[in-house]
Design a protein around this ligand. Structure first.
Ligand code: CAA
Length: 254
């Protein structure tokens, strides 16, 4: 679609976004942010896309925000223009999102992977928040999402030292859902996404909404959200079809 820093395609109900700045370890430039937002807008409004997969290269999912673009940044423009803030668009996407991570996912790279609903990682993946080493803090949610994902002790250690976590450790602590050989990561992420794409879309959307809203509310409020979602699906044809198909011993046709 004529992008400079990403590639995009649609297959089997899955929109795939590939970060593509091979000379810069897929560093997250402003141009890349605008292109990712543009393709997310397209995928969100396109019925042919039910699930989105975000990936990078074998060597680097993304090595963080572009340090060369940031070095001369100053406070007021950063604040007034909400510098890099549009990356949050990944987190607010209502369609399910999967990060297929191989290689480095550092700084903003780790942060945008964590904005996705879950991460499938290659056995060469390395996650880290190394901003401390360049005199700054994580700026796209690292101190918040990493803490919620792996707990305070690991998050503090990783953010305060910049230590990288390998794939095995990331799976052990629950940062990633699965670890696979590098060459299997993207095909498996697309297969998983296309499985989800064949399920009831309202159900998938509400499951995502319930889990995400539950992360930010009390158990009681989260249970209330879930119950309302559950009741609301009785108003859909998909619920009737899904349950009837089970009873008829056939595959549902959503
Ligand atoms: N920004 C800009 N350029 C980057 C980059 C980044 N984040 N990461 C890598 N590059 C560039 C390098 O400058 C180099 O370019 P040149 O060939 O022009 O010199 C090229 O990518 C290849 O990188 P290396 O030679 O460093 O490759 P390596 O294999 O020796 O090391 C690496 C790989 C460990 C990922 C290393 O590049 C690195 O440490 N990168 C920076 C990681 C980092 O600090 N990320 C946090 C950024 S700040 C941030 O993200 C803030 C936020 O929360 C929003």
């Amino acid at each position: 679609m004529g992008f400079e820093t990403i590639q995009s395609r649609i297959e089997n109900g899955v929109g795939v976004i590939t970060l593509h700045r091979p000379d810069a370890m897929n560093a997250l430039s402003e141009k890349m942010m605008l292109e990712v937002v543009e393709v997310l807008d397209q995928f969100e409004s396109d019925y042919a896309v039910a699930v989105i997969v975000l990936t990078g290269s074998e060597k680097a999912f993304a090595a963080g925000a572009d340090i060369k673009e940031m070095v001369d940044q100053t406070y007021l423009p950063a604040m007034q223009q909400q510098f890099l803030g549009q990356w949050e668009r990944i987190a607010s996407c209502p369609k399910p999102t999967i990060a297929a991570v191989t290689g480095y996912a550092l700084g903003g790279g780790c942060e945008i992977a964590m904005m996705c609903d879950f991460i499938i990682a290659g056995d060469n993946a390395k996650f880290g928040q190394p901003e401390i080493k360049i005199g700054t803090t994580p700026g796209l949610g690292g101190t918040q999402r990493l803490t919620r994902a792996v707990g305070k002790a690991k998050a503090m250690e990783m953010c305060l030292t910049g230590r990288m976590m390998d794939a095995a450790e990331a799976e052990k602590v629950g940062l990633v859902s699965r670890v696979l050989p590098v060459s299997d990561v993207l095909p498996e992420a697309i297969e998983t996404a296309s499985f989800i794409a064949k399920q009831s879309r309202p159900a998938a959307r509400l499951i995502k909404e319930c889990i995400n809203s539950g992360m930010n509310t009390s158990l009681e409020q989260g249970l209330g959200t879930e119950r309302r979602a559950f009741y609301s699906l009785f108003g859909t044809a998909d619920q009737k079809e899904g349950m009837q198909a089970f009873i008829d011993k056939r595959k549902p046709n959503y």
